[in-house]
Design a protein around this ligand. Structure first.
Ligand code: FEC
Length: 311
């Protein structure tokens, strides 16, 4: 008997694959409004500062391969095919769903490469997938992992990486080093909608620090949009200034809302936040991203398999 084929719609943010693609990418993020030349220039310069372009597409591809391999290891009885669909770059979620239908995929699980649910993050990926399903008439059966922010293996993987960051400080100093768990800021209006995003980030931070017995931690926000409306704060740069004002000399930042190395980690933390910490004479250590680490992939694969059981 042939194995049951299950399509996995693995959804990722996407990044430009050439300098020419920065403008259409940025325009897509801004829902079709082209950026001002000055804004485009600034974004291009941020990519230049991290080496020209972002490593995100390569990492997304490695994560997809690793997820497919891990799913087969965890459940050899089924045939899993992982399809990558991006929010802001090719192949867009809509194009990927079309491909899944062309390949005859009838049953699928959707998962996003981001741990925490917000109507403005994971919610928008699911919306795009559902619109595409309506357009292409399939896959017939699909369900979505809505968040996996406290999946036990994800907590293990994050705890190991946070512990490795703390290990860069002498043992007698470690307890006094705050760990700040950051995620991409979103407009403050999500709070009025009862959005679970800020609570889920707190829950990840609490579970990780409980596991390693580190009580000195809190959450912060990063990479807020450049728009006039208020965004969730405090911003990580203000957190660093505030900690410095309180006499703190060392800080660990864990960008736990992201799962890859990319612009928001490599520029906003590794360059911008690091530069501020240097100016203030503080030591800043950034927790490594999970990328395609096996334990992390097991976490996401387990969340997918649990969703498959729920149907
Ligand atoms: O490495 C790369 O090239 C791409 C990195 C990248 C990731 C990412 C993740 C998230 N974003 C989220 C929300 C928003 C909202 C806006 C917004 C704007 C940008 C811009 C760039 C960008 N984001 Fe992003 N985001 C990444 C890159 N993001 C570039 C445009 C310039 C700027 O504002 O910095 C504001 C849109 C608007 O103007 O209306 C909102 C959230 C995540 C984390 C969850 C996820 O990965 O989906 C939430 C990676």
């Amino acid at each position: 008997m042939s194995k049951k084929v299950i399509g996995i719609l693995a959804m990722a943010y996407g990044t430009p694959s050439s300098v020419e693609e920065i403008l259409p990418y940025y325009t897509h993020i801004r829902r079709g409004r082209p950026p001002e030349p000055q804004q485009l220039q600034e974004l291009t310069e941020r990519y230049e500062a991290i080496g020209g372009l972002s490593p995100l597409n390569e990492i997304t591809a490695a994560q997809a391969q690793g997820l497919e391999r891990t799913l087969h290891e965890l459940n050899p009885a089924a045939d899993y095919r992982v399809y990558t669909g991006m929010k802001h770059a090719h192949p867009f979620i809509e194009e990927t769903v079309q491909q899944m239908v062309a390949d005859g995929i009838e049953e699928a699980i959707g998962v996003v490469w981001a741990p925490h649910y917000s109507t403005m993050s994971i919610g928008t990926y699911i919306k795009s997938a559902e619109e595409a399903r309506e357009k292409w008439g399939g896959p017939q059966a699909i369900s979505y992992v809505e968040s996996w922010h406290v999946q036990p293996l994800f907590i293990d993987s994050t705890a190991k990486r946070v512990a490795a960051a703390l290990a860069q400080f002498p043992a007698e100093e470690r307890a006094s080093v705050p760990v700040v768990f950051t995620a991409h800021s979103l407009p403050e209006r999500i709070l009025q909608l009862g959005d679970p995003y800020p609570r889920q980030i707190e829950e990840t931070g609490a579970a990780v620090t409980a596991q390693i017995g580190h009580n000195n931690w809190f959450t912060g926000w990063q990479s807020a949009g450049r728009t006039p409306e208020p965004w969730l704060g405090p911003d990580i740069l203000d957190v660093i200034r505030e900690q410095h004002a309180q006499g703190v000399t060392s800080i660990v930042i864990c960008p736990v809302g992201f799962v890859s190395d990319h612009l928001e980690v490599q520029y906003d933390i590794d360059i911008e936040a690091k530069q501020l910490a240097d100016e203030l004479g503080m030591k800043l250590v950034r927790v490594a991203s999970p990328n395609d680490e096996p334990l992390f992939l097991q976490a996401v694969a387990t969340a997918v398999l649990e969703q498959a059981k729920k149907g």
